[in-house]
Design a protein around this ligand. Structure first.
Ligand code: ARG
Length: 562
């Protein structure tokens, strides 16, 4: 924020080198109450050094600081409080947003470097779980945020398309499978087979052995095994793609676990070469005792590779292919140990880039306080959940705005937006509560509320016949000032959401921007024809631009009308 910098620079200059501009910047606060000003600098630290009381230092400093951007600088107790020149600052912010449009808030932290982002990554032949939904939504938003910060994100769907479960599935299909049924409802039928396998395996110990052999055959390239695997993969992926289409998410790569099948030998050789492999009971592992962690399993005694083997290989492949500056994995909490192990093994292999790997964990989706599961008997099929949200949105649009054109599209944008927003407004680390009714409300902290505020801004602009295009000379009333301050904050929020890897920073920000905008709307006669009208409309236009761009970062559409 430019004005914050100016304030910091002047204070730093007055401290005769004691505090750098950056230090001062870190300490500047935003007073809670507007009566206390727009920026505040606490003098406690200086007081200690100068051995004076903080209030008198604040007083001395306040007297020295002036700038055309500041209307007043005063001391209040130990603080130097700065009031910004509302007209001047608002004019500048409005002009800046109008010039840059959706590029407002874009940063060049990444300088075009690549960041691979591994997200969604569901498992073939299994339902798309609530966890995968979270990964998809968080990962997609974070990729957008990375892009906004000047990185080039590479979106990777590391499909769970390999592993011993395919041995089980092939074995089950041979025993009880029916082609027709699988074609009709692939994931449901495949899951049934998988569940049945486990039930029967409890009674018949031969089954596990049979499955193990099938997987081995698969790894050795057996044609019959491969053919079935290929088919399971195709039909599952088709179902997943239906979900991605609804969510409006796309990937640069669908290279899943199977892709690394012919590349793992090289990884294992490398581990051997570096003397990192040990072989307790015939299995090959990398011990991590020195980190107080269980060993990382590389290969079972029967020669089968593991999840970790594939992740190690994938990381090496990604570095070679993309030369990433960073590599991010958006995967639930429960896999934290796995990623710790994988990252440590890569470090032991001597790869410097191992420091640039980052696991972004997230919590569960809860329903009535309990973990919402798509497993076993109580399968909640995600696609049905999404469609239900769209249906509910359609209903409320039907009530509120029956003459709306392209209702179906708007209902989809609102229904899907509600689900995404509900997830992203929470710190990814926390669990989120899933209630379609709550998340589809048009008031409160919901996606539809933000979308609705955007639509409201669009409708004001529509009514005004484009008078926002006239140059503004700024606004100085309290309501518009609150909106301007929020708008001024957007670039900082983008930066913070990137640094903390929290799309929630953007979501929470949008809620507060909408709240301020709606107060402005309620208290100012925006369309009143006076000499401020153009400026007021310009502020509306800027708000619409920032809400739309913020929603875009989250992966949510902003309809003009709803
Ligand atoms: N397929 C895994 C699962 O559903 C997630 C994969 C995450 N990505 C990775 N590179 N391990 O649990």
């Amino acid at each position: 924020m430019k004005v914050k910098k100016i304030f910091a620079k002047q204070i730093a200059a007055e401290t005769a080198g004691l505090l750098t501009e950056d230090k001062v910047l870190e300490r500047i606060e935003f007073p809670k109450y507007t009566e206390q000003g727009d920026l505040a600098f606490p003098c406690f630290e200086l007081a200690k050094v100068y051995k004076k009381n903080p209030a008198s230092i604040a007083k001395e400093l306040a007297a020295k600081i002036t700038d055309p951007y500041f209307s007043e600088v005063v001391s209040e107790g130990p603080y130097v409080n700065c009031f910004l020149n509302k007209k001047r600052v608002s004019k500048e912010i409005i002009t800046d947003i109008q010039t840059k449009q959706e590029a407002y808030g874009s940063l060049n932290i990444g300088k075009g470097e690549k960041v691979t982002i591994d997200f969604s990554s569901p498992n073939i032949a299994k339902p798309f779980s609530m966890g995968h939904l979270r990964s998809t939504v968080i990962g997609n938003a974070y990729a957008n945020i990375l892009e906004k910060c000047g990185y080039q994100p590479v979106r990777i769907n590391h499909l769970g398309d390999w592993g011993t479960q395919f041995g089980k599935l092939i074995s089950a299909y041979h025993r009880w499978g029916n082609e027709q049924e699988v074609r009709q409802d692939p994931i449901k039928e495949l899951l049934k087979l998988y569940v049945r396998f486990h039930e029967e395996a409890e009674k018949d110990s031969k089954l596990e052995e049979e499955a193990r052999l099938w997987f081995l055959k698969l790894e050795q390239g057996d044609e019959r095994a491969l053919e079935l695997w290929q088919w399971f993969r195709e039909v599952s992926l088709e179902e997943f793609k239906g979900i991605y289409k609804l969510l409006n998410v796309s990937f640069d790569s669908y290279n899943g676990e199977a892709f690394y099948n012919d590349k793992m030998e090289e990884t294992i050789d490398l581990l051997k070469e570096k003397g990192l492999l040990s072989t307790p009971k015939g299995a090959e592992v990398v011990t991590l005792e020195e980190h107080d962690l269980p060993p990382c399993l590389i290969r079972k005694s029967d020669g089968a590779t593991l999840y970790a083997t594939r992740d190690l290989t994938a990381a090496i492949y990604r570095q070679k292919t993309y030369q990433f500056a960073k590599s991010v994995y958006v995967v639930g909490h429960e896999q934290s140990l796995h990623f710790k192990q994988v990252f440590l093994v890569l470090e032991k292999l001597g790869f410097e880039w191992a420091n640039n790997l980052q696991h972004l964990p997230f919590g569960f989706i809860l329903q009535n306080g309990k973990k919402m599961s798509t497993r076993k008997g109580k399968v909640v099929l995600l696609e049905n959940v999404l469609k239900e949200a769209i249906k509910m949105a359609e209903k409320s649009i039907e009530e509120k705005n029956p003459t709306l054109q392209n209702k179906a599209q708007v209902a989809q944008d609102v229904g899907i937006g509600a689900i995404i927003f509900q997830d992203l407004k929470t710190d990814p680390q926390h669990s989120v509560e899933f209630s379609l009714e709550d998340m589809l409300r048009f008031e409160g902290a919901t996606g539809p509320y933000v979308q609705y505020t955007h639509a409201r801004a669009c409708s004001i602009l529509q009514k005004s016949n484009g008078s926002a295009e006239e140059p503004t000379d700024g606004l100085s009333d309290v309501y518009s000032w609150s909106v301007v301050k929020k708008l001024m904050d957007f670039p900082t929020k983008v930066k913070e959401s990137y640094e903390q890897a929290k799309p929630s920073e953007i979501a929470v920000y949008l809620l507060s921007l909408c709240r301020e905008f709606n107060k402005y709307y309620a208290n100012c006669k925006i369309l009143q024809e006076d000499d401020q009208q153009a400026s007021r409309l310009a502020l509306v236009e800027c708000t619409a631009i920032v809400i739309k761009e913020g929603l875009r970062l989250l992966g949510i559409k902003a309809p003009h009308e709803m």
